[in-house]
Design a protein around this ligand. Structure first.
Ligand SMILES: Cc1cc2nc3c(=O)[nH]c(=O)nc-3n(C[C@H](O)[C@H](O)[C@H](O)COP(=O)(O)OP(=O)(O)OC[C@H]3O[C@@H](n4cnc5c(N)ncnc54)[C@H](O)[C@@H]3O)c2cc1C
Length: 428
Protein backbone atom coordinates (compact mmCIF):
# COMPACT_ATOMS: atom_id res chain seq x y z
CA UNK A 1 0.00 0.00 0.00
CA UNK A 2 1.35 3.49 -0.88
CA UNK A 3 0.82 5.85 2.02
CA UNK A 4 1.42 9.50 1.16
CA UNK A 5 1.85 10.24 4.86
CA UNK A 6 4.20 7.32 5.49
CA UNK A 7 6.05 7.57 8.78
CA UNK A 8 9.26 6.11 10.03
CA UNK A 9 8.07 4.05 12.98
CA UNK A 10 10.21 2.26 15.53
CA UNK A 11 8.66 -0.56 17.55
CA UNK A 12 10.41 -1.39 20.83
CA UNK A 13 10.16 -5.13 21.53
CA UNK A 14 9.72 -8.10 19.21
CA UNK A 15 7.33 -10.24 21.24
CA UNK A 16 3.93 -11.14 19.84
CA UNK A 17 2.60 -7.62 20.47
CA UNK A 18 5.50 -5.86 18.72
CA UNK A 19 5.31 -8.27 15.78
CA UNK A 20 1.57 -7.84 15.30
CA UNK A 21 1.87 -4.06 15.55
CA UNK A 22 4.78 -3.99 13.10
CA UNK A 23 2.89 -6.19 10.64
CA UNK A 24 -0.10 -3.91 10.72
CA UNK A 25 1.94 -0.72 10.33
CA UNK A 26 3.94 -2.15 7.46
CA UNK A 27 0.71 -3.13 5.70
CA UNK A 28 -0.42 0.51 6.06
CA UNK A 29 2.63 1.57 4.04
CA UNK A 30 4.86 2.86 6.85
CA UNK A 31 8.54 2.20 7.18
CA UNK A 32 9.01 -0.01 10.27
CA UNK A 33 12.04 -0.82 12.39
CA UNK A 34 11.54 -3.42 15.11
CA UNK A 35 14.17 -3.32 17.86
CA UNK A 36 14.91 -6.07 20.37
CA UNK A 37 18.16 -7.27 21.97
CA UNK A 38 16.89 -10.85 21.76
CA UNK A 39 16.05 -13.10 18.84
CA UNK A 40 12.35 -12.82 17.91
CA UNK A 41 10.65 -15.92 19.27
CA UNK A 42 13.41 -16.48 21.86
CA UNK A 43 12.90 -17.66 25.44
CA UNK A 44 13.56 -14.17 26.87
CA UNK A 45 10.01 -13.17 25.95
CA UNK A 46 6.68 -14.13 27.52
CA UNK A 47 5.52 -14.77 23.98
CA UNK A 48 7.77 -17.83 23.79
CA UNK A 49 6.56 -19.86 26.72
CA UNK A 50 2.88 -19.12 27.17
CA UNK A 51 -0.03 -21.52 27.31
CA UNK A 52 -0.81 -21.02 23.59
CA UNK A 53 -4.53 -20.52 24.26
CA UNK A 54 -6.35 -18.11 21.96
CA UNK A 55 -9.54 -18.08 23.93
CA UNK A 56 -12.49 -15.72 23.72
CA UNK A 57 -13.26 -17.02 27.24
CA UNK A 58 -10.19 -15.32 28.76
CA UNK A 59 -12.19 -12.17 29.50
CA UNK A 60 -12.46 -12.69 33.26
CA UNK A 61 -9.60 -10.92 35.09
CA UNK A 62 -7.50 -12.52 37.84
CA UNK A 63 -8.77 -10.08 40.42
CA UNK A 64 -12.18 -10.62 41.97
CA UNK A 65 -14.34 -9.99 45.04
CA UNK A 66 -13.09 -11.76 48.15
CA UNK A 67 -9.61 -12.31 46.74
CA UNK A 68 -8.18 -10.42 49.72
CA UNK A 69 -9.13 -13.40 51.90
CA UNK A 70 -6.50 -15.40 50.07
CA UNK A 71 -3.72 -12.91 50.84
CA UNK A 72 -2.26 -14.89 53.80
CA UNK A 73 -2.08 -18.01 51.63
CA UNK A 74 -0.60 -15.98 48.78
CA UNK A 75 2.17 -14.86 51.11
CA UNK A 76 2.79 -18.11 52.92
CA UNK A 77 2.47 -20.77 50.22
CA UNK A 78 5.18 -20.07 47.63
CA UNK A 79 3.82 -22.76 45.29
CA UNK A 80 0.09 -21.97 45.42
CA UNK A 81 -1.50 -21.14 42.04
CA UNK A 82 -1.36 -17.44 43.00
CA UNK A 83 1.40 -16.15 45.27
CA UNK A 84 3.50 -13.13 46.15
CA UNK A 85 7.25 -13.41 46.68
CA UNK A 86 7.60 -12.36 50.30
CA UNK A 87 10.93 -10.59 49.77
CA UNK A 88 9.38 -8.38 47.07
CA UNK A 89 6.28 -7.52 49.10
CA UNK A 90 7.28 -4.00 50.25
CA UNK A 91 7.98 -2.90 46.67
CA UNK A 92 4.93 -4.66 45.23
CA UNK A 93 2.43 -3.71 47.95
CA UNK A 94 0.90 -0.74 46.08
CA UNK A 95 0.40 -2.93 43.00
CA UNK A 96 -1.11 -5.71 45.10
CA UNK A 97 -3.55 -3.34 46.79
CA UNK A 98 -4.58 -1.87 43.44
CA UNK A 99 -5.01 -5.43 42.12
CA UNK A 100 -7.29 -6.41 45.01
CA UNK A 101 -9.23 -3.16 44.68
CA UNK A 102 -9.69 -3.42 40.88
CA UNK A 103 -12.01 -6.41 41.31
CA UNK A 104 -13.49 -5.89 44.76
CA UNK A 105 -17.05 -5.59 43.43
CA UNK A 106 -18.82 -7.83 40.91
CA UNK A 107 -19.76 -4.78 38.78
CA UNK A 108 -16.09 -3.90 38.40
CA UNK A 109 -15.22 -7.43 37.27
CA UNK A 110 -18.11 -7.42 34.83
CA UNK A 111 -16.98 -4.09 33.40
CA UNK A 112 -13.40 -5.34 32.90
CA UNK A 113 -14.67 -8.55 31.25
CA UNK A 114 -16.74 -6.60 28.74
CA UNK A 115 -13.77 -4.35 28.03
CA UNK A 116 -11.39 -7.27 27.49
CA UNK A 117 -14.01 -8.74 25.20
CA UNK A 118 -13.29 -5.85 22.81
CA UNK A 119 -9.85 -7.40 22.29
CA UNK A 120 -10.75 -11.08 22.52
CA UNK A 121 -14.09 -11.65 20.81
CA UNK A 122 -12.64 -12.42 17.38
CA UNK A 123 -9.10 -13.37 18.44
CA UNK A 124 -9.07 -16.89 16.90
CA UNK A 125 -10.17 -15.55 13.51
CA UNK A 126 -7.71 -12.67 13.60
CA UNK A 127 -4.82 -15.04 14.32
CA UNK A 128 -5.91 -17.53 11.66
CA UNK A 129 -5.99 -14.66 9.19
CA UNK A 130 -2.61 -13.26 10.26
CA UNK A 131 -0.93 -16.68 10.20
CA UNK A 132 -2.32 -17.36 6.71
CA UNK A 133 -1.07 -14.00 5.40
CA UNK A 134 2.38 -14.70 6.85
CA UNK A 135 2.49 -18.15 5.23
CA UNK A 136 2.19 -19.91 8.59
CA UNK A 137 -1.37 -21.28 8.54
CA UNK A 138 -0.35 -24.55 10.18
CA UNK A 139 0.61 -22.74 13.40
CA UNK A 140 -2.91 -21.69 14.39
CA UNK A 141 -5.35 -24.53 14.99
CA UNK A 142 -9.03 -23.84 15.39
CA UNK A 143 -9.88 -26.99 17.31
CA UNK A 144 -11.85 -25.48 20.16
CA UNK A 145 -10.59 -25.36 23.76
CA UNK A 146 -11.74 -27.59 26.60
CA UNK A 147 -12.13 -26.50 30.24
CA UNK A 148 -12.32 -29.64 32.41
CA UNK A 149 -13.89 -29.97 35.86
CA UNK A 150 -14.05 -32.85 38.29
CA UNK A 151 -17.82 -32.68 38.17
CA UNK A 152 -20.73 -30.36 37.65
CA UNK A 153 -20.55 -29.20 41.28
CA UNK A 154 -16.99 -27.93 40.71
CA UNK A 155 -18.26 -25.95 37.74
CA UNK A 156 -21.13 -24.52 39.79
CA UNK A 157 -18.60 -23.05 42.25
CA UNK A 158 -17.30 -20.94 39.34
CA UNK A 159 -20.71 -20.46 37.77
CA UNK A 160 -20.73 -16.66 38.08
CA UNK A 161 -17.59 -16.25 36.05
CA UNK A 162 -18.95 -18.55 33.33
CA UNK A 163 -22.23 -16.64 33.26
CA UNK A 164 -20.19 -13.50 32.78
CA UNK A 165 -18.43 -15.08 29.82
CA UNK A 166 -21.78 -16.05 28.33
CA UNK A 167 -22.94 -12.48 28.88
CA UNK A 168 -19.94 -11.35 26.81
CA UNK A 169 -21.12 -13.57 23.97
CA UNK A 170 -18.78 -16.51 24.53
CA UNK A 171 -20.45 -19.63 23.21
CA UNK A 172 -19.84 -22.82 25.20
CA UNK A 173 -21.12 -26.35 25.11
CA UNK A 174 -21.46 -28.50 28.20
CA UNK A 175 -19.72 -31.88 27.94
CA UNK A 176 -20.65 -34.93 29.98
CA UNK A 177 -18.15 -37.63 30.83
CA UNK A 178 -18.56 -39.45 27.50
CA UNK A 179 -18.09 -36.30 25.42
CA UNK A 180 -15.09 -35.32 27.53
CA UNK A 181 -13.53 -38.73 26.81
CA UNK A 182 -14.20 -38.23 23.06
CA UNK A 183 -12.40 -34.90 23.06
CA UNK A 184 -9.57 -35.80 25.46
CA UNK A 185 -9.26 -39.60 25.71
CA UNK A 186 -6.14 -39.41 27.88
CA UNK A 187 -7.64 -37.20 30.56
CA UNK A 188 -7.96 -38.85 33.99
CA UNK A 189 -11.40 -40.33 34.74
CA UNK A 190 -11.67 -38.00 37.76
CA UNK A 191 -12.69 -35.28 35.29
CA UNK A 192 -16.34 -35.85 34.49
CA UNK A 193 -17.63 -32.49 33.29
CA UNK A 194 -16.38 -29.96 30.77
CA UNK A 195 -17.07 -26.85 28.76
CA UNK A 196 -16.00 -26.70 25.15
CA UNK A 197 -15.33 -23.27 23.70
CA UNK A 198 -15.91 -24.23 20.08
CA UNK A 199 -14.56 -20.97 18.66
CA UNK A 200 -11.30 -21.25 20.64
CA UNK A 201 -7.98 -21.81 18.92
CA UNK A 202 -4.36 -22.39 19.91
CA UNK A 203 -0.91 -21.81 18.57
CA UNK A 204 1.06 -24.98 18.07
CA UNK A 205 4.42 -23.20 18.50
CA UNK A 206 4.23 -19.77 20.18
CA UNK A 207 7.96 -19.03 19.83
CA UNK A 208 8.01 -20.32 16.25
CA UNK A 209 5.02 -18.13 15.44
CA UNK A 210 6.85 -14.98 16.57
CA UNK A 211 10.00 -16.05 14.69
CA UNK A 212 7.93 -16.83 11.57
CA UNK A 213 6.14 -13.47 11.68
CA UNK A 214 9.53 -11.74 12.05
CA UNK A 215 10.89 -13.61 9.06
CA UNK A 216 7.87 -12.69 6.97
CA UNK A 217 8.12 -9.03 8.01
CA UNK A 218 11.76 -8.87 6.98
CA UNK A 219 10.81 -10.27 3.59
CA UNK A 220 8.12 -7.61 3.31
CA UNK A 221 10.59 -4.80 3.97
CA UNK A 222 10.64 -4.21 7.74
CA UNK A 223 13.96 -3.79 9.46
CA UNK A 224 14.70 -5.92 12.51
CA UNK A 225 17.52 -4.54 14.62
CA UNK A 226 19.21 -6.60 17.36
CA UNK A 227 19.75 -3.83 19.90
CA UNK A 228 18.64 -2.69 23.33
CA UNK A 229 16.70 0.57 23.53
CA UNK A 230 18.04 2.73 26.36
CA UNK A 231 15.54 5.58 26.13
CA UNK A 232 13.51 7.91 23.98
CA UNK A 233 15.14 10.98 22.48
CA UNK A 234 12.44 13.48 23.43
CA UNK A 235 12.78 17.23 23.72
CA UNK A 236 9.76 19.18 24.95
CA UNK A 237 7.44 16.46 23.69
CA UNK A 238 9.12 16.26 20.29
CA UNK A 239 10.35 12.79 19.44
CA UNK A 240 13.60 12.67 17.50
CA UNK A 241 14.39 9.02 17.80
CA UNK A 242 15.62 6.34 20.18
CA UNK A 243 18.86 5.95 22.04
CA UNK A 244 20.06 2.40 21.73
CA UNK A 245 23.16 0.57 22.92
CA UNK A 246 24.30 0.31 19.31
CA UNK A 247 23.69 3.99 18.50
CA UNK A 248 20.79 6.36 17.87
CA UNK A 249 17.82 5.33 15.74
CA UNK A 250 15.91 8.22 14.15
CA UNK A 251 12.14 7.84 13.86
CA UNK A 252 9.01 9.96 13.54
CA UNK A 253 6.91 7.74 15.84
CA UNK A 254 7.52 4.97 18.33
CA UNK A 255 5.40 2.13 19.68
CA UNK A 256 6.42 0.82 23.09
CA UNK A 257 5.80 -2.94 23.10
CA UNK A 258 8.62 -4.11 25.35
CA UNK A 259 6.48 -6.29 27.63
CA UNK A 260 7.62 -6.15 31.25
CA UNK A 261 10.38 -3.62 30.35
CA UNK A 262 7.93 -0.99 29.04
CA UNK A 263 7.24 1.15 32.13
CA UNK A 264 10.44 3.29 32.15
CA UNK A 265 9.85 4.28 28.51
CA UNK A 266 6.25 5.23 29.28
CA UNK A 267 7.45 7.27 32.21
CA UNK A 268 9.79 9.18 29.95
CA UNK A 269 6.78 9.91 27.73
CA UNK A 270 4.78 11.31 30.65
CA UNK A 271 2.87 8.32 32.02
CA UNK A 272 3.52 6.56 35.29
CA UNK A 273 2.06 3.12 34.75
CA UNK A 274 1.89 0.48 37.52
CA UNK A 275 3.33 -2.44 35.57
CA UNK A 276 4.38 -5.55 37.50
CA UNK A 277 5.42 -9.08 36.67
CA UNK A 278 3.01 -11.92 37.18
CA UNK A 279 5.62 -14.56 36.60
CA UNK A 280 4.53 -17.85 35.12
CA UNK A 281 6.14 -21.18 34.34
CA UNK A 282 5.90 -24.03 31.93
CA UNK A 283 7.07 -27.60 31.73
CA UNK A 284 7.27 -29.30 28.38
CA UNK A 285 7.67 -33.06 27.94
CA UNK A 286 9.33 -33.74 24.59
CA UNK A 287 8.69 -37.50 24.68
CA UNK A 288 5.14 -37.51 26.07
CA UNK A 289 3.27 -40.70 25.09
CA UNK A 290 0.05 -38.71 24.54
CA UNK A 291 -1.16 -36.03 22.14
CA UNK A 292 -3.92 -33.57 22.93
CA UNK A 293 -5.96 -32.89 19.79
CA UNK A 294 -7.88 -30.28 21.75
CA UNK A 295 -6.01 -28.23 24.39
CA UNK A 296 -7.31 -28.70 27.92
CA UNK A 297 -7.44 -26.47 30.98
CA UNK A 298 -8.07 -28.61 34.06
CA UNK A 299 -9.82 -26.03 36.20
CA UNK A 300 -8.46 -27.33 39.52
CA UNK A 301 -4.90 -26.72 38.30
CA UNK A 302 -5.54 -23.49 36.37
CA UNK A 303 -2.96 -24.51 33.79
CA UNK A 304 -3.06 -24.71 30.03
CA UNK A 305 -2.25 -28.19 28.67
CA UNK A 306 -1.35 -28.20 25.02
CA UNK A 307 0.62 -30.32 22.59
CA UNK A 308 3.10 -27.97 20.96
CA UNK A 309 5.81 -28.77 18.44
CA UNK A 310 8.17 -29.12 21.40
CA UNK A 311 6.02 -31.64 23.27
CA UNK A 312 3.26 -31.69 25.86
CA UNK A 313 3.26 -28.31 27.62
CA UNK A 314 1.65 -27.32 30.91
CA UNK A 315 1.77 -23.54 31.45
CA UNK A 316 0.44 -21.62 34.41
CA UNK A 317 1.10 -20.36 37.97
CA UNK A 318 1.05 -16.74 39.02
CA UNK A 319 3.96 -15.46 41.08
CA UNK A 320 3.89 -11.74 41.73
CA UNK A 321 7.61 -11.01 42.05
CA UNK A 322 10.50 -8.97 40.73
CA UNK A 323 11.10 -9.87 37.09
CA UNK A 324 14.77 -10.54 37.73
CA UNK A 325 14.46 -12.61 40.93
CA UNK A 326 15.73 -16.17 40.48
CA UNK A 327 13.06 -18.63 39.26
CA UNK A 328 11.43 -20.84 41.87
CA UNK A 329 11.52 -24.14 39.98
CA UNK A 330 9.34 -25.76 42.62
CA UNK A 331 6.52 -24.02 40.76
CA UNK A 332 7.36 -25.88 37.57
CA UNK A 333 7.34 -29.09 39.63
CA UNK A 334 3.80 -28.24 40.75
CA UNK A 335 2.78 -28.06 37.10
CA UNK A 336 4.45 -31.37 36.33
CA UNK A 337 2.80 -33.10 39.29
CA UNK A 338 -0.58 -31.77 38.16
CA UNK A 339 0.07 -32.89 34.61
CA UNK A 340 0.81 -36.41 35.84
CA UNK A 341 -2.36 -36.40 37.93
CA UNK A 342 -4.42 -35.23 34.95
CA UNK A 343 -3.06 -37.77 32.42
CA UNK A 344 -2.41 -41.24 33.90
CA UNK A 345 -0.35 -42.29 30.85
CA UNK A 346 2.41 -39.92 32.00
CA UNK A 347 2.89 -41.57 35.39
CA UNK A 348 6.05 -43.59 35.93
CA UNK A 349 7.61 -42.32 32.68
CA UNK A 350 11.15 -40.93 32.36
CA UNK A 351 10.38 -37.48 30.99
CA UNK A 352 12.56 -35.57 28.57
CA UNK A 353 11.62 -32.33 30.30
CA UNK A 354 12.23 -28.63 29.74
CA UNK A 355 11.27 -25.93 32.24
CA UNK A 356 10.76 -22.23 31.57
CA UNK A 357 9.88 -19.10 33.54
CA UNK A 358 8.64 -15.83 32.03
CA UNK A 359 7.01 -12.54 33.00
CA UNK A 360 3.43 -11.64 32.20
CA UNK A 361 3.50 -7.83 31.93
CA UNK A 362 0.50 -6.97 34.10
CA UNK A 363 -1.50 -3.97 35.23
CA UNK A 364 -3.59 -4.32 38.39
CA UNK A 365 -6.91 -4.21 36.49
CA UNK A 366 -5.85 -6.96 34.06
CA UNK A 367 -6.17 -4.65 31.05
CA UNK A 368 -3.31 -3.62 28.77
CA UNK A 369 -2.24 -0.07 28.09
CA UNK A 370 -3.00 0.85 24.49
CA UNK A 371 -3.03 4.49 23.45
CA UNK A 372 -1.13 7.68 22.88
CA UNK A 373 1.36 8.99 25.44
CA UNK A 374 0.48 12.00 27.53
CA UNK A 375 3.80 13.71 26.91
CA UNK A 376 4.22 13.25 23.16
CA UNK A 377 1.79 12.82 20.26
CA UNK A 378 4.24 10.52 18.50
CA UNK A 379 4.67 7.95 21.25
CA UNK A 380 2.19 5.04 21.44
CA UNK A 381 1.71 2.27 23.95
CA UNK A 382 1.00 -1.42 23.37
CA UNK A 383 2.02 -3.27 26.52
CA UNK A 384 0.77 -4.80 29.75
CA UNK A 385 -1.25 -7.64 28.25
CA UNK A 386 -0.90 -9.88 31.32
CA UNK A 387 -2.61 -13.23 30.74
CA UNK A 388 -4.01 -12.51 27.29
CA UNK A 389 -1.17 -11.10 25.20
CA UNK A 390 -1.10 -13.85 22.62
CA UNK A 391 -4.85 -13.80 22.09
CA UNK A 392 -5.24 -10.02 22.07
CA UNK A 393 -2.23 -9.08 19.93
CA UNK A 394 -4.05 -8.65 16.58
CA UNK A 395 -6.77 -6.42 18.07
CA UNK A 396 -4.11 -4.37 19.87
CA UNK A 397 -2.29 -3.87 16.58
CA UNK A 398 -5.48 -2.73 14.89
CA UNK A 399 -6.10 -0.08 17.56
CA UNK A 400 -2.50 1.18 17.45
CA UNK A 401 -2.63 1.46 13.65
CA UNK A 402 -5.89 3.41 13.81
CA UNK A 403 -4.43 5.82 16.36
CA UNK A 404 -1.26 6.37 14.37
CA UNK A 405 -3.27 6.97 11.20
CA UNK A 406 -5.47 9.46 13.07
CA UNK A 407 -8.56 7.34 12.35
CA UNK A 408 -11.30 6.83 14.88
CA UNK A 409 -10.44 3.33 16.26
CA UNK A 410 -12.87 0.65 15.05
CA UNK A 411 -12.61 -0.92 18.50
CA UNK A 412 -13.20 1.21 21.56
CA UNK A 413 -9.72 2.11 22.81
CA UNK A 414 -10.78 4.20 25.80
CA UNK A 415 -10.80 1.34 28.36
CA UNK A 416 -7.10 0.78 27.66
CA UNK A 417 -5.98 4.39 27.85
CA UNK A 418 -2.98 5.25 30.07
CA UNK A 419 -5.14 8.09 31.43
CA UNK A 420 -6.83 5.63 33.81
CA UNK A 421 -3.71 5.72 36.00
CA UNK A 422 -3.40 9.48 36.00
CA UNK A 423 -3.80 11.03 39.41
CA UNK A 424 -6.80 13.39 39.76
CA UNK A 425 -4.27 16.16 40.45
CA UNK A 426 -2.76 15.76 37.01
CA UNK A 427 0.07 13.72 35.53
CA UNK A 428 2.69 12.54 38.01
C1 LIG B 1 3.03 -19.04 31.87
C2 LIG B 1 2.31 -18.10 30.93
C3 LIG B 1 1.18 -18.57 30.27
C4 LIG B 1 0.49 -17.70 29.39
N1 LIG B 1 -0.55 -18.20 28.67
C5 LIG B 1 -1.18 -17.41 27.75
C6 LIG B 1 -2.18 -17.94 26.90
O1 LIG B 1 -2.47 -19.14 26.94
N2 LIG B 1 -2.80 -17.10 26.03
C7 LIG B 1 -2.48 -15.76 25.96
O2 LIG B 1 -3.11 -15.04 25.19
N3 LIG B 1 -1.48 -15.24 26.72
C8 LIG B 1 -0.83 -16.03 27.61
N4 LIG B 1 0.18 -15.53 28.39
C9 LIG B 1 0.49 -14.10 28.29
C10 LIG B 1 1.32 -13.74 27.05
O3 LIG B 1 2.37 -14.65 26.87
C11 LIG B 1 1.88 -12.32 27.21
O4 LIG B 1 0.85 -11.42 27.56
C12 LIG B 1 2.51 -11.84 25.91
O5 LIG B 1 3.46 -12.77 25.47
C13 LIG B 1 3.14 -10.47 26.07
O6 LIG B 1 3.73 -10.16 24.84
P1 LIG B 1 4.68 -8.89 24.67
O7 LIG B 1 5.07 -8.86 23.26
O8 LIG B 1 4.01 -7.71 25.28
O9 LIG B 1 5.91 -9.19 25.64
P2 LIG B 1 7.13 -10.20 25.45
O10 LIG B 1 6.71 -11.40 24.70
O11 LIG B 1 7.73 -10.41 26.78
O12 LIG B 1 8.13 -9.41 24.51
C14 LIG B 1 8.76 -8.23 24.94
C15 LIG B 1 10.03 -8.08 24.14
O13 LIG B 1 10.60 -6.81 24.48
C16 LIG B 1 11.99 -6.95 24.46
N5 LIG B 1 12.64 -5.88 25.22
C17 LIG B 1 12.74 -5.76 26.56
N6 LIG B 1 13.48 -4.68 26.87
C18 LIG B 1 13.84 -4.10 25.70
C19 LIG B 1 14.61 -2.95 25.35
N7 LIG B 1 15.18 -2.16 26.31
N8 LIG B 1 14.79 -2.66 24.05
C20 LIG B 1 14.21 -3.42 23.07
N9 LIG B 1 13.49 -4.52 23.35
C21 LIG B 1 13.31 -4.85 24.64
C22 LIG B 1 12.24 -8.33 25.06
O14 LIG B 1 13.52 -8.83 24.70
C23 LIG B 1 11.08 -9.13 24.47
O15 LIG B 1 11.49 -9.83 23.31
C24 LIG B 1 0.90 -16.35 29.24
C25 LIG B 1 2.05 -15.91 29.91
C26 LIG B 1 2.76 -16.77 30.72
C27 LIG B 1 4.01 -16.28 31.40
Amino acid sequence: MINLHAKQIAVIGAGIIGLCVAERLLSEGHSVCLIDPGVPGGAQAASYGNGAFISPASVVPMTGPGLWRQVPKMLLDPTGALSVRLRDLPRLLPWLLAFLCAGNRPEKVSCIAHELNILLRDAPLRHADLAARAGLPELIRQTGLLYAFQDRAAWLVERQSWDLRADCGVVMQECDSARLRDLAPDLAPEYRFGLLIGEGAYCVDPGGYVAGLAHDLTRAGAQIRRDRVLGLDLTAGRLRGLRCEGGDVPCTDVVIAAGIASAPFARQAGDRVPLAAERGYHVEIANAPINLDVPVMPQDGKMANVTTRGGLRAAGQVEIASPDAPPNWARADVLLAHLERSYPALRGQAHDLRRWMGCRPSLPDGKPVIGRATGSPNVFYAFGHGHIGLASAPATAEIVADLIEGRRPRRDALPFSPARFRSPRGPT
